[in-house]
Each structure stands twice: as structure tokens, then as C-alpha cells.
Design a protein around this ligand. Structure first.
Ligand code: NI
Length: 174
């Protein structure tokens, strides 16, 4: 396994609509394992392929609360698709590894049902709520070139982008 560099905004890969994969072969399996390891190390609860500069429709996530003693529950998804969403919405303070140190309240459907191809190339369905619902929708947005700040007002979005640019400059000189 290998740790992958995570892109920090602004970056054209974060604005790109990713391409579907034809099947989860050993190359995609390795990508999923590397992305999981990278996500756990960051640490984060979700990571989309374009955040590590791979432009295919792959995401990984694990929203288990480790501090509360919950076991790891990793999800590896290729070509995820929302097949049902609740009428109720929920608000969550979302962050993103590509926008370090910044959070914003985002409103999304409270529950979603997702169909995807898993790490064994099997079609699966799973339902998510709470943090994991926000997370899977946030990561699926990435695959469509959408980032969470796109939901904010222009003023709030430009404030966050300026803060991230400052952090990015600091990272570049290290
Ligand atoms: Ni993100």
C-alpha cells in the first residue's frame, strides 16, 4: 500500500467530472486500498479519487466513530449512484481534506440509498444516514467536480478559498 498526495484547492482535478470504470480489477483494488490508507492517515472520513488526482469514479469512506470504540467500517465504491433519497433534509458541519481547516454547514437529504460496485467487483446497495449520508453525498459530488463550498454564498466561499490559499502557500514552502 502507498500513501497518496491529497490535492488542496484550487486544482483543476477537483473541478473535473470523473469517468466511470468498466470493472474493479486489481489496479482499481490497489487504488481503493491506497485511498483508504491515505484517508485514515490524513485523518478523514471520506476521500474521492480526484482528490488524489485519479479521474475515475471511485470513493472510499469510513464514518465509524473510532473514539467511541466503534470498529472500522470501510466502504470502497466504484460508480456510486443514488437510487433513493429521503424528503427530509439534515444539516451537517462538513469539512474536506482538499480544504484543510475549514468547515461549513451544508444541507442535504438526511438519508440516501446508494448502489455501487464494491472492492470485489460486486454490485451492492447500502443506505446511509447522519454523517455517513452527508459523507457519501459529499464524495459523490467530488466525482462530479463539485466541492462543498460550491453550496455556500459567494462571500462565504471566497473567504474559505482565501484561507485555504494561505494554508497552501505555507505548505508549499515547507
Ligand atoms: Ni471533500
Amino acid at each position: 500500500m502507498a500513501l497518496l498526495p491529497i490535492l488542496v484547492a484550487p486544482d483543476s482535478a477537483l473541478k473535473t467530472v470523473s469517468s466511470p470504470i468498466s470493472q474493479v480489477d486489481s489496479i482499481v483494488q490497489k487504488q481503493m486500498q491506497d485511498m483508504l490508507e491515505t484517508m485514515y492517515m490524513a485523518p478523514g472520513v471520506g476521500l474521492a479519487a480526484n482528490q488524489v488526482n485519479v479521474l475515475n469514479r471511485v470513493l472510499v469512506m469510513d464514518c465509524a466513530d473510532h473514539r467511541a470504540g466503534e470498529d472500522k467500517t470501510p466502504f470502497c465504491m466504484a460508480n456510486p449512484d443514488i437510487i433513493w433519497e429521503s424528503e427530509e433534509y439534515s444539516v451537517w458541519d462538513e469539512g474536506c481534506l482538499s480544504f484543510p481547516e475549514n468547515f461549513a454547514e451544508i444541507e442535504r437529504p438526511a438519508r440516501v440509498r446508494v448502489q455501487y460496485i464494491d472492492e470485489n467487483n460486486q454490485i451492492q446497495e447500502a443506505e446511509f444516514e447522519g454523517l455517513s449520508s452527508h459523507c457519501v453525498q459529499h464524495e459523490m459530488d467530488h466525482l462530479n467536480g463539485i466541492v462543498f463550498v460550491d453550496y455556500l454564498s459567494r462571500l462565504k466561499k471566497s473567504m474559505i478559498i482565501r484561507k485555504v490559499e494561505k494554508i497552501k502557500k505555507g505548505m508549499d514552502v515547507l
